[in-house]
Design a protein around this ligand. Structure first.
Ligand SMILES: C[S@@+](CC[C@H](N)C(=O)[O-])C[C@H]1O[C@@H](n2cnc3c(N)ncnc32)[C@H](O)[C@@H]1O
Length: 436
């Protein structure tokens, strides 16, 4: 059992391990196969997941889980290595992307449907959907008309997997066609943006996905893993996971960061668009109409209201006390974050088999001058949940892979042009713990 002091000391002494930096992995490797179907903030590189699976799930028939599945990096890699997998994420966009990325489709089927899609598009009637008022804030009228036509043509596709594939391309393309500043992860209007032709940019992305699917499909067929099961649920991971206890061999996940990304805001274009179609996207409609409630359930978001409870971590207690001295509302956000993470670690413990490993990829940060030692807190909370140490890995994030900067004061991700910016994370940790 590590005391808080010993955990602090151990992390202080950790040296970065070169073999975990994946310095030489180029973009073509980090975006290989289906990994680049849809932009997604704070996704981890597939190389980390692959190495963890190879190290900790050496035989093929194991079950891998990611309770913060995001855009499905873990599930894609698990499938490619022949492992069953299950993921959860509160974000419906994450589910749409992950299901698409883990479903190989016969290449011929896609090219046939592409041709059919074009004919549906050409013959689309004059449509006027009843859009959410925010749609006109983000898109100009001619773009909305074009997007309506594309959406109409996609919905004519009967094959479920193919339709979802096209919807995934459509969802990715929404940001391109909107007034949203492309280089910003925050919802920011770009007054000077020249919006591309929606159909052309949709087809361009669709075609790149079709190519990627072909490689994914062929590779899986060659290894015999095409029908290896993957399941993605839209779930709040602070609640009971929708699986039995002791069924998982390996967990690989990267939790959300506190007060950094507002995932719900980031995906509002897809949420708004699909939410306008209650017949096909009933839940999305509910989320986009009750957006503030929906947003509140994301871990790490602000404005959750004050919760109470034991952190199961001395280090967390000290961080929250220190923040209280500087900014109460920030202290509340961070306290809520640690309380939520405690619940997730306890569920991870329940679903893992004895001897199963949990690998948490996590970075530390600082808010208003207080160090937020997420990795160290995770270790303490996991110990309290019944895990023992296997390995603590410090990895350098090579410069080319770190995109975001942080605002020194607020800790939020910011742009290059902000004078009070600091590098977000130069290092992160892989905390590997075992269920005992
Ligand atoms: C760092 S990202 C994970 C990215 C993922 N590793 C990937 O490669 O795409 C964290 C994820 O946690 C999700 N999340 C936030 N709060 C959640 C909650 N309460 N339950 C489940 N997922 C949540 C976010 O939607 C986001 O997708």
């Amino acid at each position: 059992m590590f005391t808080a002091e010993k955990i602090r000391y151990t992390f202080l002494k950790l040296q970065p391990r070169e073999e975990w930096s994946f310095r030489d992995a180029g973009r073509s490797q980090t975006t290989a196969f289906t990994h680049d179907y849809h932009r997604y903030p704070a996704k981890f590189i597939p190389q980390i997941v692959r190495k963890l699976i190879e190290d900790y799930a050496p035989s093929e028939t194991q079950v891998v889980c990611d309770p913060f599945g995001g855009c499905g990096t873990t599930l894609v890699e698990a499938k490619m290595l022949g492992h069953k997998s299950v993921g959860f994420d509160i974000n419906p966009v994450a589910k749409l992307i992950t299901q698409t990325k883990t479903t190989p489709i016969k290449p011929r089927t896609l090219t046939n449907h592409r041709a059919r899609f074009l004919s549906y598009y050409d013959n689309a009637p004059q449509i006027s959907y009843n859009h959410h008022a925010r749609i006109s804030y983000w898109f100009d009228e001619p773009t909305i008309t074009e997007l309506d036509k594309i959406y109409f043509a996609i919905k004519k596709i009967k094959n479920h997997n193919v339709r979802r594939f096209f919807l995934c391309a459509f969802s990715h393309n929404l940001k391109n066609c909107s007034r949203w500043l492309m280089k910003s992860i925050k919802p920011t209007i770009d007054k000077d943006k020249v919006v591309p032709n929606p159909k052309e940019s949709f087809l361009q992305h669709l075609d790149s996905m079709i190519k990627k699917n072909e490689r994914f499909y062929t590779t899986l067929a060659q290894s015999g893993y095409t029908s290896v099961a993957t399941k993605m649920y839209r779930r709040d991971s602070t609640k009971k996971f929708p699986i039995e206890q002791e069924v998982i061999d390996l967990i690989i996940t990267s939790p959300p960061y506190v007060t950094s990304y507002e995932y719900a805001d980031l995906h509002q274009l897809s949420l708004l668009w699909f939410g306008d179609d209650p017949k096909h996207f009933k839940k999305w409609h509910h989320f986009s109409n009750g957006f503030l409630d929906f947003r509140r359930n994301f871990i790490g978001t602000s404005s959750k209201g004050e919760k109470s409870g034991d952190f199961n971590s001395v280090i967390a207690g000290k961080i929250v006390d220190d923040l209280m001295e500087v900014e109460r509302s920030l202290a509340v956000d961070v306290a809520n974050y640690f309380l939520d993470m405690k619940k997730v670690f306890s569920e991870m413990h329940r679903v893992l088999k004895t001897g199963g490993k949990a690998c948490i990829i996590i970075g530390n940060t600082s808010l208003r001058g207080v160090e937020i030692l997420n990795a160290q807190v995770a270790v303490e909370q996991m110990q309290a949940a019944g895990f023992n140490k296997v390995d603590f890995i410090k990895r350098e994030i090579p410069n080319k892979m770190i995109t975001p900067w942080r605002d020194i004061e607020s800790g939020k991700f910011t742009g290059m042009d902000n004078p009070s910016k600091t590098r977000a994370y130069e290092y992160e940790y892989v905390v590997v713990m075992e269920k005992v």
